[in-house]
Ligand binder design. Sequence first.
Ligand code: UD1
Ligand code: UDP
Length: 364
Amino acid sequence: MLKIVSVVGARPQFIKAAAVSRVLRSTEGVKEILVHTGQHYDANMSDVFFEELEIPRPDYNLGIGSGTHGEQTGKMLEAIEKVLLEEKPDWVLVYGDTNSTLAGALAAVKLHIPVAHVEAGLRSFNRHMPEEINRVLTDHASDLLFAPTKTAVINLRHEGIPEERIKLVGDVMYDAALFYGKRAERQSQILNKLGLKPKEYILATVHRAENTDDPVRLRIIFDALCEIAREIKVVLPLHPRTREALIKSGMYDKVASCICLTEPVGYLDMVMLEKNARLIATDSGGVQKEAFFYRVPCVTLREETEWVELVELGWNCVVPPLSVGEIADAVMSRLGSFSGAEENPYGDGHSAAKIVDYLINTGK
Ligand code: UD1
Ligand code: UDP
């Protein structure tokens, strides 16, 4: 029996793990042990995904919660190590670029347990982002690196990662979008609930530390969204980090009066909001790609993006949040009829199956 410990902890990891876990659990001779670090813990940041996406209950919930980077990552490292000593798996599988990813990879590699990284090779080349540090360190600790795109493969080669460790498998978020997209159409009531008509609103999300923790950027982004909201409705499911930042800066009430703020929504509601938006403005990695999966134009509120293909294909435009006018202009100029190139750099929707094949066959 091949034993795989999957480590997850934050919202986007539940969605990625849902796609892989479904294949793992339907494969004979494979046993998955799911570890939830507890990095995200509110019901609408965690439980809702387990329920909607039918992810099995975690075998371990480490309940780590929030904290500074060192505190959070350190507590995870200690707790994951205990699980690994107990379970002695053949592989540890980690996802993306959060503190949970790095803690899982580090705990495993120090115990000489092989590590596989889903979404390897993404780079912003911006070392101020906590995610960039997590990605680089996780990739260099990993034995199997599952790259979602050709760009990711090239990035890994440039860093001298041995070729035999790098596997181009496509993007598991595309698998998830294909699998759950139709279910969202059937089940989600979010458009009715929020009184939205297809293509008559903009969907926005903001949660990156470099935007929420910089009061100037936070103000620019929300002033721009408020300006846009004078022309077209803006809907924004609010990440708890951003809620806190808006309250702390005294901006919350004003923002709530011009933008339709909601609690974070479940994945199926999010998919419906994305599919039916006229445009998406976001600093999220996952949401940028989902905009493309549903062929909705996207404005990325950051200095750069790891998902450079989206910009090359014309579906995404990166607007650093430095000027209210530039953000508003970029959004307003893309509200007319819009299309980018028809090419899909994210694989064939069977990335999870390829990952499971490699896990089974590597090292045999
Ligand atoms: C984390 C990841 C980020 C990812 C994002 C996905 C790191 C360094 N960052 O950022 O890469 O894009 O998840 O959403 O791992 N909070 C709650 N309830 C929760 C979770 C968080 O209130 O369930 C609040 C807490 O005040 C916490 C803050 O949000 O301090 C930030 O949470 P944290 O998990 O540290 O980072 P994210 O910003 O969510
Ligand atoms: N998402 C969601 N509800 C929300 C906001 C996002 O289900 O209210 C989903 C979104 O569809 C995508 C993932 O969460 O699949 C992206 O997570 P997030 O933006 O938190 O992190 P990132 O991808 O930037 O790391």
